[in-house]
Design a protein around this ligand. Sequence first.
Ligand SMILES: Cc1cc2nc3c(=O)[nH]c(=O)nc-3n(C[C@H](O)[C@H](O)[C@H](O)COP(=O)(O)OP(=O)(O)OC[C@H]3O[C@@H](n4cnc5c(N)ncnc54)[C@H](O)[C@@H]3O)c2cc1C
Length: 370
Amino acid sequence: MSDVIIVGGGPAGASLAVALGRRGLEVELYEQAVFPREKACGEGLLPAGVEALRALELDAAVGGRPLRGVRYHLTGGSVRSGFDAGELRAHGIGQKRLRLDATLWAAAAQSPRVRAAAGTRVDALLHDQGRVSGVIVDGEPRRAGLVVAADGSNSKLRRKLGLERLGRPRRVGIRAHFRRPRDAQPLSDIEIFLRPGYELYVTPLPDDELLVAALAHEHLAAGDLRHGFEHWVSREPLLRDWLDGATQTSELRGRAPLVSSTRGREPAGLILLGDAAASVDPITAGGLSLALVSAELLARHAAELLTGSVLARRRFERARAGLVRVHRWLGAGVLALAGRPRLAELARRGFSAHPSAMQALVGLAGGIRA
Ligand SMILES: Cc1cc2nc3c(=O)[nH]c(=O)nc-3n(C[C@H](O)[C@H](O)[C@H](O)COP(=O)(O)OP(=O)(O)OC[C@H]3O[C@@H](n4cnc5c(N)ncnc54)[C@H](O)[C@@H]3O)c2cc1C
């Protein structure tokens, strides 16, 4: 019997496995896919996520293109803020999920006390006397003191427990990669275009690549997000400029729903982590850092949680909810601006006149502590 079974080897599950193994716990990690694998994502990691990678000494292995800040393009112009806060030279990174996830998985698989099985789906949870006591893998029962479901925003385990709550209205996202000519002027910010009914999101990546994503409410995408993507990109002179001479290097790939959360409490013996606990709207680029930071948080609480302490569990739940809340508020604020051009113009003027206010919000989203 292991200490912890983790279902899902994405950023949340794999980084948790590394952290727990290093803390001396016996871990089983199951992932249905085989790495490297693609995942539709905006591929921008905020400073808090970079810090979490650094704490695991995986930042160099992950690599990536340093991101200096975020620029919002609104109807009347743009506002930008850097990730730097005073003396602190914080930065984000742009890195392909193909590389990020494979690196984290490899680190987990090589960690002491971690048994990592890729291409292995967990089919169900085991219950004993009202608590979750393990999982069923390939028809075989596996037991542990704690089961962590890090199985993503479409978490089947959460659905089976009746804990799923989907965001309304449903939002959808799609993305593609482009390689720019070698001599193209490099970009170093996450660039977000807020337009009525949709948003475009651009992340600079290593090797002269750019990721372009479109996010929209399902009914506005009219069921044809691919067409929307091409049309919306063609309407942005700046984006067309950046993509001048570029070649598309990946298929358009989408994901829905973008936002989901949990209703009620997980049963004893089970913790939901990362997107499985709550996926936040990608407009704040927060999901990956939330996954990494909440994995770090869970690793710190794991020994206490394994004793079955109800107090430790409440402390963990409160801290996890606090991390999510920041992105929920910021996401709601940004989307409110996207749908209201006049309000957006007021906000743009306000932020231009008071850059420290924008700096504070970007710092909050990025988890930057000066
Ligand atoms: C369009 C879009 C753009 C985004 N842009 C950004 C961005 O720029 N920055 C950012 O920080 N976040 C972004 N996000 C959010 C980010 O992708 C997620 O927050 C992040 O992937 C969460 O990591 P995770 O490990 O919790 O889940 P996932 O990455 O979804 O990993 C879950 C893993 O569990 C596995 N799994 C599922 N079920 C089982 C099972 N039964 N058995 C075994 N394995 C299983 C899956 O195969 C998967 O590998 C974006 C999301 C979307 C949709």
